[in-house]
Design a protein around this ligand. Structure first.
Ligand SMILES: [Zn+2]
Length: 98
């Protein structure tokens, strides 16, 4: 019985010691990473998202199903969008013929 108790105490102590060491290692690593990090650049930091142009709504050409930015699309009657004037003309010609 005494052996079992001794084994249990050793197990608990071993677990505690391992956790303590792991925590210590993590703190040391964090401190090292903190030192290695370069100092912040002057002025506001620009992220990739900020450097990119603002997102734009994409619309679909009703004639050929191509997606394109709304600013590059050619508008048509009834809120339809077209990739080019040629597709708008083709669509309108066909629609009026039917
Ligand atoms: Zn098109």
């Amino acid at each position: 019985m005494r052996n079992i108790l001794l084994l249990l105490v050793l197990l608990v102590a071993g677990t505690w010691w391992m956790r303590y060491n792991e925590r210590k290692r993590n703190t040391e690593r964090d401190e090292r990473n903190e030192q290695r990090r370069p100092p912040p650049a002057h002025g506001p930091r620009t992220t990739v998202r900020e450097a990119l142009p603002p997102a734009e709504r994409m619309v679909q050409c009703i004639e050929c199903d191509t997606y394109l930015p709304e600013s590059e699309a050619v508008g048509g009657a009834g809120g339809n969008h077209f990739c080019s004037a040629a597709h708008r003309n083709a669509y309108l010609t066909r629609e009026h013929r039917v």
